[in-house]
Design a protein around this ligand. Structure first.
Ligand code: CA
Length: 220
């Protein structure tokens, strides 16, 4: 899962990015409204954490433009001002949720999980497919009830596939979801992680869709 963090406060931005990375999200961080606009045009993010008070273009303008071009990316706004006007304006402009600063990282994580599962079309906190269950809250994966040890990248790849259950995910979509800026993928890494996941979860768990990408088995 790849997230865009838009926050001009260096200390807060650094803390939020570090916190989100601990939960195995790939995080790109920009510090002004223009950079946010460009990043959102150039990349397919799974969600955006958006500060409202920003240099060059404020968060509300970024959000309005995003929605006006039809983007449905989940957006969580961060607001320093504890006024309901701000929250109402944000929600009316198309935000999915908000957090008032200061906030705790566990709350940010919980809200992010809720946003991402809504995108996946499920209300359940657990992602299940056949005998595999993934719990985003604890980052635990089980096969037939037994915990499976996965590396951070294997987990991130599986999380992406299970969140887009009925979709074919292309190699470049999967790469985008694994790597933030400055963490360039080596060639074939997606194939390598798919290979590891098949060894751990069963050869048929992930299907290769020839010439297109990958999909969970039995959903095509
Ligand atoms: Ca700010």
């Amino acid at each position: 899962m790849r997230l865009l963090l838009v926050e001009d406060d260096a200390l807060l931005g650094d803390g939020v990015r570090a916190g989100l990375k601990l939960a195995d999200y790939a995080v790109d961080w920009v510090r002004d409204g223009d950079s946010a606009r460009r990043a959102l045009l150039d990349h397919a993010y799974d969600a955006c954490v958006l500060d409202l008070g920003l240099p060059r273009r404020d968060g509300l303008a970024v959000l309005k433009e995003l929605r006006s071009r039809g983007s449905r990316i989940p957006v969580l706004i961060l607001t320093a001002r504890d006024t309901s006007d701000d929250k109402v304006a944000g929600l009316d402009a198309g935000a999915d949720d908000y957090l008032t600063k200061p906030f705790d990282l566990p709350e940010l994580h919980a809200r992010m999980r809720a946003l991402l599962r809504r995108t996946g079309g499920t209300a359940s906190p657990l992602l299940c497919h056949e005998t595999v269950t993934l719990d985003p809250a604890s980052q635990r994966v089980t096969l037939n009830g037994q915990q499976v040890a996965l590396s951070a990248r294997e987990y991130a790849l599986l999380y992406d596939l299970m969140s887009h259950k009925t979709h074919i995910r292309t190699r470049s979509q999967l790469e985008e979801s694994l790597y933030a800026w400055g963490e360039e993928a080596e060639s074939n890494t997606v194939e390598v992680y798919i290979h590891h996941l098949r060894k751990k979860l069963g050869a048929d768990f992930i299907h290769t869709v020839r010439g297109m990408g990958y999909q969970l088995g039995g959903t095509g």
